[in-house]
Structure formats: C-alpha cells, structure tokens
Design a binder for this molecule. Sequence first.
Ligand code: F0G
Length: 417
Amino acid sequence: MSSCLKCINCGSTYPLHEVVYTCRKCNDLLEVELDLQELEKKLEISGWKQRPLSVWKYREFLPVFDESKIISLNEGGTSLYRCANLGKRLGLRNLYVKNEGENPTGSFKDRGMTVGITKAMELDMKTVLCASTGNTSASLAAYAAKAGLQCVVLIPFEKIAYGKLAQAMIYGAKVVQIRGNFDQALEMVLKLSEGHGELYLLNSINPYRLEGQKSLAYELCDQLGEPPDRVVVPVGNAGNISAIWKGFTEFYKLGLIEKLPKMTGIQAEGAAPIVQAIKNGKEEIVPVDKPETVATAIRIGAPVSWKKAIKAIRESKGTAETVTDEEILEAQKMLARSEGLFVEPASASSIAGLKKLLEAGKIDEDEVVVCVTTGHGLKDPEIAIRISEKPSEVGAEIGSIEKLLGLRPLPLAVVSR
Ligand code: F0G
C-alpha cells in the first residue's frame, strides 16, 4: 500500500493530496502512514545518512511529493546539550537537553511548519490559519511570509507572551485576539476551516505538522547513536509527544534502532487532563474547563491530540506528571544558572517534571534522559525579569560600584587617571 492518511480509530484511509483534517467517517484524528517498503528502497540509494542534521535530512521520511515546493528557514539540527551540572544537582548521571529554542523562530513548531507550509504549497492553498498560545502563530506567520501566503492567527487576548506576539505581528500575519482561551480559539478555527475551504488549517490536528515534528526523534537517534532511555516532553495540545513517538517507532520498524525510549509527558497542574487520565488509568480525558498556568504555551484544557499522546505514553511504558507553576519557574532558573540555557517556562516544565519523578524514585539515576526544551527564553522576557533578582542601581561613580561589590576603594591616583 502506498503512503496515505489513516484514521487512528476506524482505519479509513485518504490519499495524501486531499485536504482532510479528521476522519470523514468517525471524526477521529488522522495520521500519515508511510509505505515502509517503498521508503526502504528510497533510503538505500539516497545517501541520507551523510546529510547534515536538519528536518530535511530526512526528506524521504516526509510525505512531500514536489521538492521544488519546499519552504524552509533551516529548521531542526538543534543542539543536544550534555547537562552534567544540572544532572549532578538532580541526581542523574546522563542528562541531555534537546534545545528547540534554536529553531528559526525560537521553538520546535518550525519543524512541523516547514512541512505543513510545504504541503499548503503543494495543495495550492493561498491562506493559512491557526489558533495558538503563541509559538504556533509565530512560526506559521514566518513560514507564510517566506511562502508568500496570507496568514490568519487566533490567539487568546492577553494570554500570550510578548515575544511571540511581536513575532506574529512583524511577520505580517492578520493577528486576531479573541476574548477567550486557546481551546475556544481552536474550536473556532476548526469550524472556520471546515466551512471555508480556502483556509488551510495548520494546527497540529493537521497530520503534516506532526510529520515534521517527528524529526526530533530521528535527530536524537543520530546525535546519541541510539535512542535515549527516556524522553521528557512538555505537553499542551499533545501533538509534539505524539510526533516524537511516531518518529521513534518508524526508525524502529525500519530496523534503524534496536530499542524504544519511554515517553514521559509533563503538564502544568492547572492544565493537566492527559496526566490525570494516565494516572487514573482512564481511556479518555476529562477536559479542564478553565486551564491556568504561568506557562501560557501549555495553558490548554482540551488537547486535540490527547488520544495519540496517551497511546504514546502507554505503548512506550512511559509516564506522565504534573508540575506546579512554582516548580516550573524554579526549574527555569535552575537550568539557566547551571547550564547557561534560557528556555521559556513551558519548556522548563520538562526539567521540573524530571526533578519530581527522580525524587519520587520513578526515574532511575542510571537512565539516559533527554529533556526537550521546546521554546526560547526570550519569548517571554517578562517572566524572567519577574523571577530574577532586581538589577542594582547606582550613580556613575567607581566608589558606588566598589561599595556595592564589597571591594576595597581603589587608590585615588588610579581613579583619577
Ligand atoms: N512548549 C511550548 C513552548 C509550546 O509552545 C507548546 C505548544 C508546547 C510545549 C506543547 O506542545 O501542544 O505539541 O503538546 N504550543 C502551541 C502553540 C499550543 O499554539 O504555540 P504540544
């Protein structure tokens, strides 16, 4: 069978050149099913292993037909940092951070957007649309600009970090702030794209987004030489953890890796329907009506890809945990101060979750763990300033600075030189 879109519930299939977001029969989520035999043949002659690390290193794994349509800003190929200082503090020998803030618009969303926008070009769409807590809108706006497409983004009023708002605006998107939360915005874009065929929806319900995002798993295998024991991922709308798991399972099915990591999802306490379902052994989530967290990126009560995420966590024998706002902000500071990595609060939830699971003895000190930090710290400078010590303010004289730093006064001859 050639590659197609397949419903995760009833198995209905759709061709890759059709605009379809959810199953027309049962309304469940779709995913790209690759023809692995065909892929294997392509891989044999492609020389893909020699290409430099990036999303498009893995172009044979991506459902794109016309390479001349690729819209790229050089996404992927992000650093995998060995974090010995932080590992020591947390009691873990092998801790790594995959720093997705290094992507062109500062978040992992770019991995998905390069594929999603390329698909929009293949499908000859003229306008793209998304709801967002911030990063998706920044990323979509940038890729739409590069592709010359119109872009509409719906964001929750006053609940997105300033850096992200600035990005969507400067890239020229039509920015619509709704007096409501992300879940409401998502509901509206789903209806809008359903009723107005000219609007191409690029939220992660669109399976092509996840195809790009799965490249993170491939990169981890390439960077480490094998998969880690565990991958810890912040979870909001639940696309990313699902995508990363898909990437690992594809490499596994192709015999490129011999084991699979445990997928570990972290949500903020005030927005944790997936963690609750995992902890309570439930098949379905109970959406959170009024999600709240300082990590606005993951302030989501009804994650669209919950079913895929729960499957990823259970199939991989992983786990899920909640973290409080306080724990998130403490982890953000700790990562910055022990490793020199500045990430946004949602990203730091992976570190906070790791800490909590280590303390509870649910993660072993010998495991090789990768925490995914999903977005750059400069996205949300207000929070960083709020949680750090205030800068000192002194007059422009050497003496005042010496006093402040507890230094002996310099001899007058030196000061007046
Ligand atoms: N971390 C950051 C920085 C994010 O922006 C998001 C999601 C997540 C984690 C969670 O990823 O949704 O795939 O589970 N941000 C979306 C947005 C919702 O609109 O930018 P997920």
